[in-house]
Design a protein around this ligand. Structure first.
Ligand code: UDX
Ligand code: UDX
Length: 457
């Protein structure tokens, strides 16, 4: 249940590795399901390297996309709940706690339409003890005539967008939490089709749920730590790449996830840490809750300070200046913009009066309009204050006559740009702000282009 960034790729990889299983992905969103079923494979709603090939091989054979929940649930022996769990916007825990209404409504549908024994698997990241909520909903619905029975397992996803297929195909570990070893065995048998047994970790339900939240909090904390270090590098003359390399060589620290950038985004990190903050507060663990909150504070600061650096370098004013923004997704190799640092940074720049020329290889103009909360500039709205942005399909058009270029994602195409050509068509004095370590400093030697690099200055 849920044909999004998690449900779609995860179920495609299961179908690909288990030709003997029939996998049906159901979703309430008609448009999304039509796109998953579109004969033109490039129209599927999730961009993820390697996904199109897997879907092409399995779709209409043992991988199906549908809006028919009743049939999908009725026929299923195992149901993965992969619906979204946004942060609550109102009521108790607003701004921190997860809104479980979709998980709850999914559980009610399972209770209503399932037949015989059904194993319900929590795939979505959820606050700890959500399995108990699901179980109590199922218990309240089951009726003795139907002979419906259920097991609930937690099997969190650890895929990172942009590398989802590889992460699913070659996972570091698969975590299955549950109270009934037969149900765990059944799910384990699916993974054993392509994952070594040593990589499958079996725990109780709550350990599994908490491990997912904590793993994401630890990862996000590393990003905030390296970003805080980057800011210090800029004022001291240290170089963040040298520092990250040096500290990463300590095997206890390790070299992964030490790349400074414009702040972490994505659907999980902020939400999961807020969740942890809420849990700690709920149990009266105030110091622990403040500790995790600080990871978010540094992340927000990172986004805001980048727009401030840009304004400062451009003489303190952005009014009437054209700034080309390269990269709008929350990281390269995905079309997902949820919590993308580009959103805050662009909004800040628009508030300062800049005109933004935005480019991204995979994000659509309509998605950017939703994220920025305003339509692209056109003849009718050109006198409004906060909508001075335009989307460009071609990088050359975005950078033409720009006062500054800001790189927010390390998409491969940005690494190959010829800065000599670009500097020739920009307006002087022109600036390049590289927040993702895409530009080689040496390649700009002798060019009429000022460079600011995050973590170097
Ligand atoms: C989401 C969460 O963000 C993540 O924390 C969790 O681990 C997995 O679920 P994702 O797949 O990236 O991740 O979300 P999204 O792309 O929004 O997909 C969720 C899908 O569920 C949407 O297509 C939505 O239409 C569908 N949905 C939601 C339902 O089918 N029924 C509902 O009641 C609610
Ligand atoms: C994350 C977890 O990695 C994954 O295990 C979990 O299941 C879901 O959440 P995701 O959000 O898709 O995955 O991407 P990830 O690669 O973790 O990146 C998150 C953010 O951190 C991105 O904005 C990325 O640019 C940023 N990041 C990551 C850095 O700034 N520096 C790094 O070194 C790594």
């Amino acid at each position: 249940m849920g044909a999004g960034y998690v449900g779609g790729p995860t179920m495609a990889v299961i179908a690909h590795n288990c030709p003997n299983l029939q996998v049906t992905v159901v979703d309430v969103n008609n448009d999304k399901i039509s796109r998953w079923n579109d004969p033109d494979i490039s129209k599927i709603p999730v961009f993820e390297p390697g996904l199109e090939n897997i879907v092409k091989e399995t779709r209409f054979k043992n991988l199906h996309f549908s809006t028919n929940f009743e049939e999908g649930i009725r026929k299923a022996d195992i149901i993965f709940i992969s619906v979204n769990t946004p942060t609550k916007e109102k009521g108790v825990g607003a701004g921190h706690a997860s809104d479980l209404r979709f998980v709850e409504s999914s559980a009610r549908l399972v209770g209503k339409y399932s037949q015989g024994h059904t194993i319900v698997v929590e795939k979505s990241t959820v606050p700890i003890r959500t399995a108990a909520t699901i179980m109590s909903i199922l218990d309240s619905i089951k009726d003795s005539q139907d002979k419906k029975t259920f097991d609930v397992l937690s099997n969190p996803e650890f895929l990172a967008e942009g590398t989802a297929i590889n992460d699913l195909q070659c996972p570091d570990r698969v975590l299955i939490g549950g109270n009934n070893s037969h149900a765990i065995d059944a799910l384990e048998r699916i993974y054993l089709n392509w994952v070594d047994k040593e990589k499958i970790i079996r725990t109780n339900l709550w350990s599994s749920e908490l491990s997912k939240l904590s793993a994401n909090a630890f990862l996000a904390q590393r990003v905030s730590s390296i970003n805080a270090t980057a800011e210090l590098c800029e004022v001291t003359g240290a170089d963040i790449n040298e520092v990250a390399y040096a500290i990463g060589k300590d095997r206890r620290i390790g070299s992964n996830f030490l790349k400074a950038g414009p702040g972490f985004g994505g659907s999980c990190f902020t939400k999961d840490i807020l969740n942890l903050v809420y849990l700690c507060e709920y149990f009266g663990l105030i110091e622990a809750s403040k500790y995790w909150k600080q990871v978010i504070t540094i992340n927000n600061h990172q986004k805001n300070r980048i727009s401030k650096v840009i304004a400062d370098k451009l003489f303190g004013t952005l009014t009437e200046k054209k700034i080309a923004v390269l990269g709008f997704s929350f990281k390269s190799n995905t079309n997902d913009t949820r919590q993308s640092p580009a959103i805050r940074i662009c909004k800040n720049l628009l508030e300062e009066g800049a005109y933004l020329a935005i480019h991204d290889p995979k994000v659509s103009k309509s998605q950017i309009a939703i994220d920025l909360g305003c339509q692209e500039i056109n003849d009718q709205n050109k006198n409004n204050d906060f909508n001075k942005w335009e989307f460009f399909e071609k990088i050359e058009d975005a950078v033409h006559s720009a006062d500054a270029v800001v790189i927010l994602c390390d998409w491969e195409c940005y690494k190959k740009l010829d800065w000599r050509d670009i500097s020739n068509i920009m307006r002087s004095p022109s600036w390049l702000f590289d927040t993702r370590d895409v530009v080689n400093i040496k390649s700009l030697k002798d060019l009429d282009l000022n460079l600011w690099k995050l973590g170097i200055g």
